[in-house]
Design a protein around this ligand. Structure first.
Ligand SMILES: [Zn+2]
Length: 227
């Protein structure tokens, strides 16, 4: 690892460790479940949470550096048990720089029913561009979860997939974007649940969904970087 890569890894160790604090802040995880990873830009490397460590004990030093086959290159602990899924996504989707996994309650309740979340909210149109889709049932361990994520999200606007009977995986251009998608996915899942519990939510016309998505992904983002 040359010094430039070592510096990038060191920065990403800090970033990934601190982003785990967002998962607890927004109530997306219980005990040691859930994980965040980041691709090291331009390298076949990722930084990911260690397995089975309390959220309070997660620091830059406890993060684990793996190659994109999940082999540990630097770190004291073993990497997250979801490392194979993260690695598969990075190998298959070069544009993805961050991956997040949670079992956040409302989104996972939709996953338990194998039900995609219909686009009933403008905030969902903004962030997800339509429904939040369901991925296949898959057992942990091999590439099945990774394959399910990639096959569901490839060509889909949504950065979030509800893996059936399991939970949420999100992707982003970096780890922070993937964390934001995980937070927004749970927010939308909760409101959609409440809305349907009391009646039949109203759908949004596809043309309006397209317009909202386009504005948020383009115009809104540019304005927000200016001011
Ligand atoms: Zn899980």
């Amino acid at each position: 690892m040359n010094s430039d890569v070592a510096r990038q890894v060191s920065t990403l160790r800090e970033t990934v460790a601190s982003l785990h604090g967002e998962l607890t802040r927004y109530g997306l995880v219980a005990w040691t479940a859930g994980n965040v990873s980041a691709r090291v830009p331009g390298q076949d490397l990722m930084v990911i949470k260690p397995s089975g460590v309390d959220y309070d004990a997660l620091t830059a030093d406890t993060m684990v550096v793996c190659d994109l086959n999940g082999a540990v290159l630097d770190g004291n602990g073993s990497p997250s048990s979801d490392t194979a899924a993260h690695a598969y996504v990075y190998r298959a989707m070069p544009e993805v720089g961050g991956v997040v996994h949670t079992h956040s309650s409302y989104a996972t309740a939709w996953a338990a029913r194998g039900e995609a979340i219909p686009c009933w909210l403008t905030a969902q149109a903004d962030e997800f561009g339509g429904e939040i889709p369901v991925g296949p049932f898959a057992l942990i361990g091999g590439d099945d979860i990774g394959k399910g994520i990639v096959s569901t999200l490839s060509g889909h606007r949504s950065p979030a997939v509800l893996m059936r009977n399991h939970g949420v995986f999100t992707i982003g251009r970096d780890a922070r974007a993937a964390v934001k998608a995980a937070v927004m996915c749970e927010d939308v899942a909760r409101t959609a649940h409440l809305a349907r519990a009391l009646g039949q939510p109203l759908s949004i016309a596809q043309a309006d969904i397209n317009s909202l998505y386009d504005r948020y992904q383009n115009v809104y983002g540019q304005r927000s970087t200016i001011g």
